[in-house]
Design a protein around this ligand. Structure first.
Ligand SMILES: [Zn+2]
Length: 491
């Protein structure tokens, strides 16, 4: 285990990254209608099928186990395309994996309520709350009407409780029912331990949460107080005092992030997934937070496709931009890897640098993924060129010896293949040319607010690191970018 930490308010402790390829993918289960659509790029498919005998890509994850992180830092990582499963931080390798996962965010201002949304809300209010929004309140349909109807409904018929993200037998029973019936999990794979690890543990603390005030959000509580609340919570839904759904949510400084949602399959006809998303978008606004983070959008996955109907923006990890989904839907619909680019701009001659995320509002986009990431593309050529000098640095030789096609070798991929070496080229990681520029420009020397070892000397200098430390620092910058090096201690 390696230890990294920052100033006391922003403690960050994590273990070294692991890359692993798994034979099963939780989204497509290797069953895309035409197997060639599992490949990120047409050129990648033809190159790989010549190289090895495996004909189909697997789920490939880059994961970082986290012990401690602040909500602020975690929210920045969400904006780098990471998500968490319990205390495990991860992103998918979009080049080698079978499914392209785009982080998606929205807010109430962006959601245009469509027929499905109205239908879901009306059905719920009529069947469960015993009222009809538009007629009862005699005014245009809005989500406020749903919340009012909820407040007016008797609590024994319907209520929700927001509470700490703790284990209970009741939640665990619902989780098992949901996983077995909806996700076809085996009962033997489900345990109280895995439930707790997945849906109760969080790598950050809760802060400023007053559960009475939080549960009163519908009544329009103190927005300044609500905005300051941070941490992982559960919102439990009860119909006739039976637990029917649990939303696992992270309250972050500027957003509410949906981690997972489980619901009782007996209530499938209520469309609780859509209903909870609409409620959570409203909740986000009432808490004074800007973004409702909906997790990953996968264009060619039926289970995830519904997220596209909330007016969202998706994150392009190759160009560090949030782009309106409606403008690029036609590009990603077949599940391939895309890099969104403005037709106004000149095609880049190398992989785009990792940089802080921005929202992009071009009128049109086109896709330059083949130009950059194909096996003959600029990213691989650059990586090979840069490796000639980078590969000579002690600590980086193993790092750069890794052949990404190992991930698809039949022998090693039969179960789970894992490696502690990051791929040379991977969308969403700092490109090697940028690492080389940082080293050449001495940006990794004498970083005063970043320490190698406080007992030896203050300030981090890559040139004074031993090989293990060098790998740690370079891994860190590839995963999170140089801006995150601030206030980090490597031990
Ligand atoms: Zn998949």
């Amino acid at each position: 285990m390696s230890l990294h930490f920052a100033s006391r308010e922003d403690l960050f402790i994590f273990q070294n990254p692991v890359v692993y390829a798994h034979t099963d993918c939780g989204y497509c289960h290797g069953s895309k209608p035409d197997k060639k659509y599992g490949f990120s790029l047409e050129s990648f498919r033809s190159h790989r099928s010549r190289l090895i005998s495996v004909d189909y890509p697997r789920s490939v994850t880059i994961g970082v186990p986290i012990s401690v992180i602040s909500c602020e830092r975690y929210e920045r990582f969400l904006n780098l395309g990471y998500r968490r499963s319990g205390t495990f931080l991860y992103k998918m390798d979009a080049l080698r994996g079978c499914c392209r996962m785009y982080p998606i965010r929205t807010n109430l201002d962006r959601i245009k309520l469509n027929k499905d949304h109205r239908h879901t809300v009306n059905r719920f209010t009529k069947r469960v709350l015993g009222t009809e929004i538009a007629t009862k309140h005699n005014r245009p349909f809005s989500l406020d009407g749903l919340i009012e109807a909820e407040s007016e409904c008797s609590a024994s018929r319907f209520h929700t409780i927001i509470e700490p993200a703790d284990f209970s037998e009741e939640k665990f029973k619902l989780y098992c029912k949901y996983q077995i019936q909806v996700h076809k999990d085996k009962e033997s794979d489900l345990s109280t331990k895995s439930f707790t690890r997945f849906l109760c543990k969080a790598p950050f603390r809760t802060e400023n949460i007053d559960y009475v005030a939080l549960n009163n959000w519908r009544k329009g509580g103190n927005i300044d107080q609500l905005r300051k609340m941070k941490g992982a919570i559960h919102e439990c839904y009860y119909i006739d005092d039976q637990l029917v759904a649990v939303a696992v949510l992270d309250l972050l400084p500027n957003s509410v992030s949906s981690v997972y949602f489980i619901w009782d399959p007996a209530y499938a006809s209520l469309g609780l997934g859509t209903l909870s998303a609409l409620r959570e978008a409203l909740f986000t606004q009432r808490c004074g937070k800007q973004w409702y983070m909906m997790g990953y959008y996968i264009a060619d996955c039926v289970k995830m496709k519904y997220k596209g109907k909330f007016g969202g923006e998706i994150w392009d990890q190759c160009s560090s931009q949030w782009v309106e989904l409606a403008k690029v839907n036609h590009l990603i619909d077949d599940g391939r890897l895309c890099v969104f680019f403005s037709p106004e701009k000149e095609i880049p001659s190398r992989e785009l640098p990792m940089k802080p995320s921005t929202a992009s509002h071009e009128a049109k986009y086109y896709d330059i993924a083949e130009t950059i990431y194909s096996t003959n593309g600029v990213a691989y050529k650059d990586a090979l060129r840069v490796l000639e000098t980078l590969g000579e640095i002690n600590g980086l030789e193993d790092y750069f010896e890794e052949n990404e096609f190992n991930l698809f070798d039949q022998k090693v991929v039969s179960e789970v293949y894992s490696s502690d070496v990051l791929p040379r080229v991977c969308p969403g990681l700092t490109p090697l040319w940028q690492i080389k520029e940082l080293i050449d420009s001495k940006a990794l020397e004498n970083i005063e607010d970043c320490q190698r070892n406080p007992f030896v000397q203050p300030g981090l200098s890559l040139s004074k690191c031993n090989p293990d430390e060098t790998k740690q620092v370079v891994d860190f910058v590839r995963l999170f970018g140089i801006d995150e090096l601030k206030d980090i201690l490597f031990v």
